[in-house]
Ligand binder design. Structure first.
Ligand code: ZN
Length: 50
């Protein structure tokens, strides 16, 4: 039997350039999620602020 692929959405983090997958904690907010982690979010803010 063929392995069934999970069809979770993913995005690429603009800070670390790595793809990250949809997570349940983002289920209500996926449209607004841009960064893979709080750390990258902070990093992005720092860069923009300069
Ligand atoms: Zn990241």
């Amino acid at each position: 039997m063929a392995h069934k692929k999970l069809n979770l959405p993913s995005k690429t983090c603009p800070v670390c350039k790595r793809p990250f997958m949809w997570r349940k904690k983002w289920q209500r907010d996926w449209e607004n999620v841009k960064y893979c982690s709080e750390r990258c979010k902070r990093e992005a803010k720092r860069k923009i602020g300069v």
